[in-house]
Design a protein around this ligand. Sequence first.
Ligand SMILES: [Fe+2]
Ligand SMILES: [Fe+2]
Length: 313
Amino acid sequence: MAKPLRSKRHAGESGVETVRARERLETVPNSGPQQMIEEIRQLPTLPSVLTQVLQTIQDPEASALDLSRYIAADQVLSAAVLRLVNSAYYGFHRQISSVTTAVVILGFVEIRNLVLAATAFEALGKAGPGGRRSNLWRHSLASAIAAQRCARMMKHPPEGGHFVGGLLHDLGKVVFDVVYPKQYESVAESAAEEGESIRAAELRAFGMDHIEAGAILAEHWDLPNSVVEAIRFHHDPAMAPTERKLCSLTAYANYLAYAAGMGDQGNGREPVFPAEAVLFLDVSPRQQEQLGEDIADIGGPINELLGALSGEA
Ligand SMILES: [Fe+2]
Ligand SMILES: [Fe+2]
């Protein structure tokens, strides 16, 4: 059923006029991809500690002490990691007060995930007016956890980058919201009015959609190719040149997060079940049901993680 148009009203010279979001969008000054690419390249880079952490995790010789030394050298980051580890999401009975203990208890991969979440949030998490940015991060965290749980259920190797793919798949939406917050609001409204996909509305407004914007930033941040592919192909995992499994998992996690009410697509439509990805991953109907129930229960813990990321916990 068609959704009612949500028109904006403002007082014009000849009285009250109705201006639809699509018309307002046509006045957006930035309409070419080149300008957007320039804007993305000017966004903050990720701190070098993240590169060190990513390298340490890939080094089979590295110890928990090596990893915690890098993290501890960055006070803001170590504080964020400790807040996350001590949040109700993990539910440890005693306070964990050192990064080394956290690495020993949670393991390299989990700590890498937390470091990435903390650094990405530090770079782009500061929300402007309205709750859109925190909704985007809520959806991202829910997708990350859904991807991790699905990977565990399907017995994929734990270091497969599932959490990271889920966390960053919609990075491009955060990019638009950081660079052009007002216009991005109109993009979402326009998509809802036109009953079109958010990607089509983004393309019209910015000359690129969020998968491209996110992939460009991930490349600019020097993130591994698997992460760039998870971002670029989360809506078309079968097109992924080398990481089809990860991209399919990200697509399914994205759906699970939406289906559990964490995030909205911005165009008022129901999420589309990624049938091809689920078939490729070979998730049985019983497993799908189990995952759906699991993810429906993580709203509270995700709010805890978000609070810890923004320094409120
Ligand atoms: Fe997306
Ligand atoms: Fe998403």
